[in-house]
Design a protein around this ligand. Structure first.
Ligand code: UT7
Length: 318
């Protein structure tokens, strides 16, 4: 595969750390020093589908491909207020595509999983162009009375259009079953046979310290694996596009790999953790700012609930 277009969309509403401290026992100093987050964008008058459509349209416009020439849409989404139909089918009708659509939930690692699946679909099915979309509203999973999680997240969507090519130089997908570290449960419609205590609503729970530890370890392992298998010196990678969960996680991975800080771009300060949308939003912003040059090697790494992790090494050749 080869990336030929990028797009993104974020909500208009900007929420600062000071705004959170008006109703939570928190403060700008704690949030900034522990996470690097200053602002996050939250859905208010828009809904997630609006962002998903906008990001997809931007990516398609940037690619120059006609919507009818897209052969598959893969959408990474953890949850939204439609259980069915899928986000990808709802987007398809709004952007003029006529193709198979599939949603996947791989938590924050969804973008890299989707790139890998797209690569396989190009090989197995001879697809011409594929739209990969990540649309996430993690701020709707939270208990906004608890300071631990509600300061961390933001909403957003990012997308890429892929065509046939040889720019996927390596990837690694992993999953280890562990629902103790991050879990979010939704109540289903009750049946007459429901057993008390089984069908419950429980906002996002996260063991932050454990996730931090697992994130740094898995990300370094995945990146090293992918680079070694591709025979690429880590210094020859232009940028490491990491899942934007916490600036301290990004810094720990960078320091652990003994690489220059300038190779690890970050948008966490403005957008917080937008789950699987964080890497495609970062990619789109770098592309639009002219920071990517043809031939650049880009390494990506993400991790999240599952516990899942994934990394990919690609060549940017747009
Ligand atoms: O997409 C993947 C999902 N998630 C992540 O990547 C999150 C990974 N983990 C993290 O980013 C960090 O663990 C957190 C940012 C969640 C927490 O940072 P920490 O340095 O691990 O803090 P902590 O949980 O050890 O808490 C330290 C203190 C506690 O107080 P005591 O027990 O020391 O008195 C917390 O109650 O900070 C307190 N605290 C807060 N204080 C002010 C926790 N949240 C807040 C808050 N404002 N928002």
């Amino acid at each position: 595969m080869k990336i030929i277009g990028t797009g993104s969309a974020v909500p208009k509403k900007v929420v600062t750390n000071d705004m959170l401290s008006e109703f939570l026992d928190t403060n700008d100093e704690w949030i900034t020093t522990r996470t690097g987050i200053h602002n996050r964008h939250l859905l208010t008058e828009e809904n997630l589908l609006d962002l998903a459509i906008e990001a997809s349209k931007n990516a398609i416009a940037s690619s120059g491909v006609a919507p009818k020439d897209i052969d598959l849409i893969i959408c990474s989404n953890v949850a939204n207020n439609y259980i069915t139909p899928s986000m990808s089918t709802m987007v398809e009708g709004e952007i003029g595509c006529e193709c198979p659509c599939i949603d996947m939930n791989v938590a924050c690692a969804g973008f890299i999983y989707a790139l890998d699946y797209a690569e396989a679909y190009f090989i197995a099915r001879g697809a011409r162009n594929i739209l990969v979309l990540c649309a996430e509203e993690p701020t709707r999973f939270l208990n906004w009375k608890q300071r631990e999680n509600s300061v961390l997240f933001g909403d957003g969507a990012g997308a890429v259009v892929l065509t046939r090519g040889n720019d996927m130089l390596g990837s690694r997908l992993r999953a280890v079953s562990n629902k103790e570290v991050i879990i979010y449960r939704k109540r289903m419609e009750p049946t007459p046979y429901e057993v008390e205590g089984v069908n419950i609503d429980a906002p996002l729970y996260m063991n932050g310290r454990e996730v931090f530890r697992m994130a740094v370890k898995s990300s370094q392992q995945d990146l090293q694996y992918v680079l070694e298998h591709a025979g690429v010196d880590p210094l020859n990678v232009e940028y490491y596009l990491l899942h934007q969960a916490n600036q301290r996680i990004i810094d720990a991975i960078q320091e652990g790999m003994r690489l220059p800080k300038k190779k690890f771009p970050s948008i966490i300060g403005e957008y917080g953790n937008t789950s699987s949308a964080s890497i495609p939003i970062l990619l789109d912003m770098m592309h639009r700012n002219g920071e990517l040059h043809s031939g650049d090697l880009l390494a990506m790494s993400a991790f999240g609930a599952g516990f899942v992790s994934a990394a990919a090494l690609i060549r940017w050749s747009k």
